[in-house]
Design a protein around this ligand. Structure first.
Ligand code: TXA
Ligand code: MG
Length: 381
């Protein structure tokens, strides 16, 4: 009798394990082998063959992660609804959050948009290829799966040779969100992509670390005046210089829980978030380091992380300290920010403190990303 009980208990345990694994696989999508190909800046002939292979994967409905100048993108055929569904599945992203459609030549914008306004042409002449995404009214060929159900489409022509070669070889526009699991910081290296998406996508083209490190500026050109929906490397002054007055979606500067709904649905979600709790400390530089040292001392050293700049580095010697560059050169800050947040996760840091930055120029985009990662937790000293 006890033996029968033992036997049935064993059977039940195995059934439970089997059901759990099946549920996990369903949620994550079927696991597959992810191929990684290193591609040098000059793209040798054999490396070009990898790009062609990846382009074939996109045409066949598969997914390819590739470098852009901003962050790595997770690409699929923008005109194939099934590809877009697969992108949402691999990222674990809500399907009402639209994807940016990437092209390699300006003329390719015309089939995607119902109308291409003159200002789109002016902006493209000035900033494309480059980190600017334009929102236009979509044409009939762009499926609602790609635009998250919206009647508009986001289009971008990236400034990266590997990205453009991939898009041209694919022969279709490429829908690509950032190639991270939803809610994680955007990937700035192929290793970040591998950590988040291996087993869920077909190919990663490893073009090394990206140059800018934060996502493109998004500008909505569908209304009477152009509106910035997401700040980026192309800042408001640069856009004002070309277009005169450009508006800014008020939701950019507000907490998202309130009743102001961002026009870029992706800005609504808690984003770019490390696993630990992140707090921004703002103020005069030495007061900031004093406060951070005081707060850090409240926790065990093994769970404290500090993200600092060259100017303040010497002032910290407790916990995991990461220096992301000099305040004199904000592009290094943008470049290293997401890798620093990911490092905090790797080190299982529970309390992260980061110094604040000015909102001028690129600082606007940097502060926007840090604010979102911190869930707007700011301490002014
Ligand atoms: O730099 C970048 O833009 C990178 C690289 C890969 O190109 N891509 C990127 O994609 O950051 P993603 O999906 O992580 O962010 C796209 C943002 C989301 O906030 C989304 O809601 C918004 O763009 N978006 C896309 N289409 C839109 C539309 N039609 N109207 C308003 N917002 C849109
Ligand atoms: Mg993203």
């Amino acid at each position: 009798m006890p033996y029968i009980y033992f036997y049935w208990t064993k059977v039940c345990i195995w059934c439970i394990i089997y059901i759990c694994i099946s549920m996990y696989k369903n949620e994550a999508g079927a696991m597959m082998e992810t191929r990684i190909y290193k591609i040098g800046e000059d793209i040798s002939e054999s490396e070009y063959d990898y790009i062609k292979e990846a382009a074939g994967v996109i045409r066949d409905g598969g997914l390819v992660a590739f470098p852009t100048e901003t962050v790595y993108g997770l690409g699929g055929d923008a005109l194939n609804p099934e590809s877009s569904r697969r992108i949402y599945g691999a990222k674990g992203r809500p399907s009402d959050n639209p994807l940016i459609v990437h092209i390699a030549d300006f003329e390719d914008i015309y089939p995607l948009a119902r109308k291409v306004p003159d200002i789109a042409v002016i902006l493209a002449e000035k900033f494309w290829p480059g980190p600017l995404t334009m929102i236009l009214k979509k044409s009939g060929i762009v499926p609602y799966e790609t635009t998250g159900g919206l009647d508009t489409v986001a289009v971008r022509l990236p400034d990266n040779r590997i990205a453009c070669a991939l898009i041209r070889e694919a022969g279709v526009p490429v829908a690509a969100p950032s190639a991270n699991r939803s809610g994680k910081p955007s990937p700035t290296t192929a290793q970040h992509v591998y950590g988040d998406l291996s087993g869920k996508i077909d190919v990663i083209l490893d073009g090394g670390a990206v140059s800018i490190g934060i996502e493109s500026t998004i500008i909505d050109l569908t209304g009477d005046i152009p509106v910035i929906l997401r700040p980026g490397y192309i800042n408001q002054d640069m856009l004002n210089d070309i277009l005169g007055d450009v508006a800014r979606d008020p939701a950019i500067d507000n907490k998202v829980e309130g009743d102001i709904k961002p026009k870029a649905p992706g800005m609504m979600y808690r984003h770019y978030a490390p696993e630990g709790e992140l707090m921004i400390v703002e103020g005069e530089i030495s007061a900031v380091s004093d406060k951070i040292n005081e707060l850090a001392g409240m926790y065990d050293e093994s769970v404290v992380g500090i993200i600092t700049t060259t100017e303040n580095r010497e002032r910290y010697d407790y916990g995991t300290v990461v220096c992301i560059g000099s305040r004199e050169n904000e592009i290094t800050i943008a470049h290293n920010l997401y890798a620093a947040l990911r490092k905090m996760d790797e080190c299982k840091i529970k309390h992260i403190f980061i110094e604040g930055f000015s909102n001028e120029g690129l600082g606007d985009a940097i502060m926007n990303r840090i604010m979102k990662a911190a869930g707007h937790k700011v301490l002014k000293v």
